[in-house]
Write a protein that binds this ligand. Structure first.
Ligand code: PHE
Length: 350
């Protein structure tokens, strides 16, 4: 009998209890009323009278031992219960990558433009989007009856009581910053050469379509100093175009007209979408217009208090949307403002 007790001690000690099932099996076998320990108590009657007391004590401590083991195992299982119900971890699954954002393509290209001009000494200047007629038109040598002032083109902020357009408007180009920069010279004791680009948002009253928007972005450039000539303008824009697009890009200057520059030229580059074979973007001509430019009209210099006998300057202005279209093949202006993540994600890491 005592040998059997010893055996059961060993069994209890080595019984594996790692789940609720195993705990239940343990209970049935060593604690339950049909278990082995109860069975031994039954057999106590057969033990000779003189040994019964000692064996009885042994059995009692065996029973205690079994109960002790049961209690310990059930509390430790209880504590690890929450881990039990977690789904199993599959270490062979592929990693879920961190989702990271992308720069908006217009911002990306704006930064590229700033960086290219920054490397050749242009700083960045800014100005208001709500502007007066003078800074947007008057100082830029627009005649009073110029069609650009027309309600069809310009968003006026308010109307005068007699129905005429008010003085405040949403700027139609970033040229207002040219005026503000030059006008600022009056605060300098001597003339400080100006070499700046002016990125910003502009507004025109156009119906929204794939090719036109009422809000878009320009980067304007201005260089005013002694002896600035048309060759400087050409050199700078050649450099920009080659940095921005392929080294073999072709560029041409086409005579044009702007009230604030004289002479004026529009700048075309060889189509970066079809490379000359003809496509809707270049209207099958192989050339795409990217900027307007020219030598600052002496009237504009005078309007800003700069002496045109002593100083000359050039200016240029380009549309950021157009540059982005040619650089990344974006063919619908509306994509820029729709916030479709499928479009925006394509610029991750660009
Ligand atoms: N302001 C002109 C436009 O919006 C662009 C331009 C800027 C042209 C500077 C010449 C010089 O079209």
């Amino acid at each position: 009998m005592l040998d059997r007790v010893k055996e059961i001690y060993q069994e209890i000690e080595h019984f594996q209890i790692q789940s609720k099932d195993e705990l239940e099996q343990f209970r049935l076998r060593y604690i339950g009323r049909k278990g082995v320990v109860t069975d031994l108590f039954e057999k106590l009657k057969q033990v000779p009278q003189e040994d019964r007391r000692a064996v009885g004590q042994e059995l009692n401590s065996l029973k205690d031992f079994a109960q002790q083991r049961f209690k310990e195992s059930s509390t430790s299982l209880e504590n690890s219960f929450s881990e039990d119900v977690q789904p199993p971890v599959d270490l062979s699954l592929p990693v879920i990558p961190n989702l990271y954002g992308a720069q908006h393509p217009l911002n990306l290209v704006r930064q590229q433009i700033i960086s290219i001009f920054g490397r050749i000494g242009f700083s960045v200047a800014d100005g208001p989007e709500i502007e007066t007629d003078w800074y947007n038109f008057g100082a830029l040598n627009f005649p009073d009856n110029h069609p650009a002032r027309d309600m069809q083109d310009t968003f006026f902020v308010d109307k005068k009581s007699n129905g005429a357009p008010a003085d405040l408007l949403l700027r139609t180009h970033t040229s207002n910053v040219q005026i503000r920069l030059m006008e600022h010279q009056k605060f300098n004791t001597t003339f400080q050469p100006i070499r700046a680009i002016m990125p910003g948002r502009v507004y025109r009253n156009e119906a929204i379509s794939a090719r036109a928007h009422c809000m878009f972005h320009q980067v304007e450039g201005l260089y005013v100093d002694k002896n600035v000539g048309f060759k400087d303008l050409k050199d700078t824009l050649y450099h920009f175009v080659k940095e921005m697009f392929a080294k073999d890009v072709k560029i041409r200057f086409r005579p044009s007209y702007f009230p604030f520059t004289e002479p004026s030229a529009e700048i075309d580059i060889s189509c970066q979408i079809c490379h000359g074979s003809g496509c809707p973007i270049c209207k099958y001509s192989g050339w795409v217009e990217i900027a307007g430019s020219g030598m600052v009209d002496p009237n504009v210099l005078i309007n800003c208090g700069v002496d045109p006998e002593e100083y000359t300057g050039y200016a240029f202005g380009m549309g950021v949307e157009r540059i982005t279209q040619l650089r990344y093949g974006v063919n619908d202006l509306r994509l820029y403002t729709e916030n479709d993540v499928r479009f925006l994600r394509q610029f991750q890491g660009a």
